[in-house]
Design a protein around this ligand. Structure first.
Ligand SMILES: *Cc1c(COP(=O)(O)O)cnc(C)c1O
Length: 365
């Protein structure tokens, strides 16, 4: 007999978290489903962890992470009270959602977008309002602005958008900010900002200087290659940061994460060079896939999107057979993270095979 206990009934529609069986953790070069950095950790980051952290693992970390905050404060030209760290920027998103919205409130997101948004919003008790992307898979900022009402507490902009890679332009962001009430917060999730070399793209920090209702969230997980250490940050007006901190998990950002973040900022040139290599590969693979006849949206990130709809399974199967792990969105498409050049060559080859099957399926449908 199942055990019935008092709980939040509004969570009943969410899947239980202990479903499923243990899966092997795939960490080889062909793991392209999580948008991670394909490179080995920087030697200087490894050394900082070994020398500065290992002796102190019996101690709690610095509560706020002041060393990281002070470095970010110089970098972005904002006060230290304008920055909050999180256990990944996922934690910053969670704080923003939980501090700003609860039962009866609404949070507006683009859709399709980051899968964590609906789950985090559900956890807060607020209502998730999904505004569909445009036909070319970009944010529909006008529809998002039109979705605002008295219950709206937060609007999330994902720039570049995960999983489509598409970007929000500076003009679109400006139009959104102009039409949204000044007391409704707009969070720019810029997890992949370092890979976005589109000069016309919106810049959350520029918007924050102009509009007090902006929150910028960035992370060390993607371009900085620290996904396993869980550290990200939010930047906003001090009043807003103060509010976010109310729902923070104490000591969520470990000492290892903090030291690695500082060491990474010390190695900025090396990281910039890695980012350039990923961008070059992204462009190369985009051209190759388009040459095969695929419709690949321009990506400002470290992954590419193949919108496949009902034919997702047949393409996913080709990648599975090739031993390449990609992120499959059933009925939607697949997202392919950029790996090392030889791995990307394998992606291009798999896509060539998949195209024939895809075309055959489409023709039969
Ligand atoms: C990866 C990702 C994040 C944050 O990841 P963390 O590891 O928690 O910093 C946030 N938003 C989007 C859209 C992402 O893809």
């Amino acid at each position: 007999m199942t055990f019935a206990f008092r709980h939040r009934n509004d969570l009943d529609t969410m899947p239980a978290s202990n479903a499923g069986s243990p899966q092997p953790l795939i960490r080889d070069r062909f793991q392209l489903s999580n948008n991670e950095s394909p490179f080995d950790p920087l030697p200087s980051v490894r050394k900082a962890i070994a020398d500065d952290c290992l002796p102190f693992i019996g101690r709690y970390p610095d509560f706020r992470g002041w060393d990281v905050i002070s470095r970010l404060s110089e970098r972005f030209g904002v006060g230290m009270d304008s920055i909050i760290l999180g256990c990944g920027s996922s934690e910053v998103l969670r704080m923003a959602i939980c501090s700003l919205a609860g039962p009866g409130d609404e949070v507006i997101i683009p859709w399709r977008s980051f899968e964590a948004y609906p789950a985090l919003i559900a956890a807060s008790g607020a209502t998730c309002v999904k505004v569909p992307l445009t036909a070319d898979l970009r944010h529909d900022v006008d529809a998002m602005a039109a979705a605002v009402n008295d219950r709206t507490r937060l609007i999330i902009i994902n720039n570049p958008n995960n999983p489509t890679g598409t970007t929000v332009s500076a003009d679109e962001a400006e139009r959104l900010m102009q039409s949204v009430p000044g007391d409704v917060m707009v969070l720019f999730d810029e997890a992949y900002v370092q890979f976005n070399n589109d000069p016309g793209a919106a810049d959350g920090m520029v918007l924050l200087r102009k509009y007090p209702n902006v929150i910028v969230a960035q992370t060390f997980s993607k371009a900085y290659g620290l996904a396993g250490l869980r550290v990200g940050y939010g930047i906003a007006r001090p009043e807003v940061i103060g509010e976010l901190g109310k729902t923070a998990l104490a000591f969520a950002v470990t000492d290892v994460a903090q030291r690695a973040a500082v060491a990474s900022m010390d190695a900025q040139d090396e990281l910039d060079e890695r980012v350039e290599r990923v961008i070059a590969e992204r462009n190369r693979v985009t051209v190759a896939l388009r040459g095969q006849g695929w419709d690949v949206p321009d990506s400002g990130s470290n992954y590419l999107w193949l919108g496949l709809g009902d034919h997702t399974d047949c393409v996913a199967a080709v990648f599975r057979d090739a031993g390449i792990e990609v992120h499959v969105f059933p009925g939607g498409g697949i997202r392919i993270s950029m790996g090392l050049p030889e791995v990307n060559d394998a992606v291009i080859a798999a896509c060539a095979t998949a195209k024939q099957l895809y075309d055959a399926e489409c023709a039969a449908a």
